[in-house]
Design a protein around this ligand. Sequence first.
Ligand code: SF4
Length: 420
Amino acid sequence: MTALESSSVPVAAAWTCPFCPLLCDRFAVAGGPEGWALQGSDCPRARAALARFDALALSSAQPLIDGAACPLEAAVDAAARLLGTSRQPLFGGLGTDVAGARALYPLACRTGAICDPAGGAALFHGLRAMQDRGAFTTTLAEVHTRADLIVCVGTWPGARYPEFLRRCGVGEGGQAQVVLLQPTTGMVPDAPPAGVETVRFDGDLFDAAAMLAACVAGRAVVGAGGLLAALAERLRGARYAVLAYESARLPAQGALIVEAINRTVATLNQRSRAAALPLGGGDGASTVNAVFTWLSGLPLRSRAAPMGLEHEPLRFDAQHLLAEGAVDALLWIASFGTEPAPPAGALPRIVLGHPSFAGAAQLRGTVFIPVATPGIGTAGHLFRTDSSVLMPLRALRDDGLPTVAEVLRRITLALPEGAA
Ligand code: SF4
């Protein structure tokens, strides 16, 4: 028996799933590296993710420089040299947990790196709306026990978050009615399951959200339509209404939609109880954002520049920086699986990722270091989609790979003197 096999979980073990921001913690995993079996759920997203952690891929994982295998120490030194000579590095992906984020921050400060997660645009829809006017949000536990009306604004979350309904208590003793408000233009229509009512709005999501806010406030709105007005009336009559939305599926300028949702919630709270439930921030995005905020006072899309901390929510968008050639080195972190993949291009890069990235890391100018996945190969912590809840993750096995935090600390220590 190998060390890998002896340290695996032989029978069903309680588990917190790290593969989407719902972070379900009521299921179990049985089996071992030759095949994991999810128990208590048939979530296709979790099953597909677990299937990527087979023993073969992990046991053969090793660091690479320009596609050639090397010891971890050599890869760390190469990464430190690359960052030490960069005039403006970009830290992207940011698929890591609390410990990884805590180790990333000092490295970002030493190198003056700009940090933006893979889902940066989606993260900033909600952040910008909250920065501008504030927000009332809720937790999954509150939705489960108290909500009597859940309105999903724009899209059906169950497609990307398969356990969404159960987490809201629907079908499990919860009393909530669930409604999907879907515009007829600008979005691909979703097909919610039976029992979820769909209210179609003749227009786009910007108009739908704005008119719903106005109807809830009791204003006469030309063009709102009877269905939207009726939905507003139901919201006003609910004891505890929840407006859920998927940040990653909002269109460009989605902060305007989130602002309208927040306005609706604020109006309802004058007479009853209501809250928004943003769904997103997975793959470490909201976790790294929370850690950077408590360490620096600023969210992501910030950097420690020679003149002090700078926060530029538009200018520090990673996609813009890459398209404009404004950065000369990339550190990409994706420890949860094969997504998000690093962007294409010839930019010199360091990839800390799932072992299956090795194939894409054969390029010249790439340092690749395979790392453990929180919740699979190492313990860790992640913030759930309701962001005030920090979930502990337990390892299913010791896969022998270093953690993101460990690698980042070693790179920071190996930086050349004076690198900044
Ligand atoms: S819904 Fe998300 S957290 Fe829950 S089991 Fe599926 S992938 Fe995992």
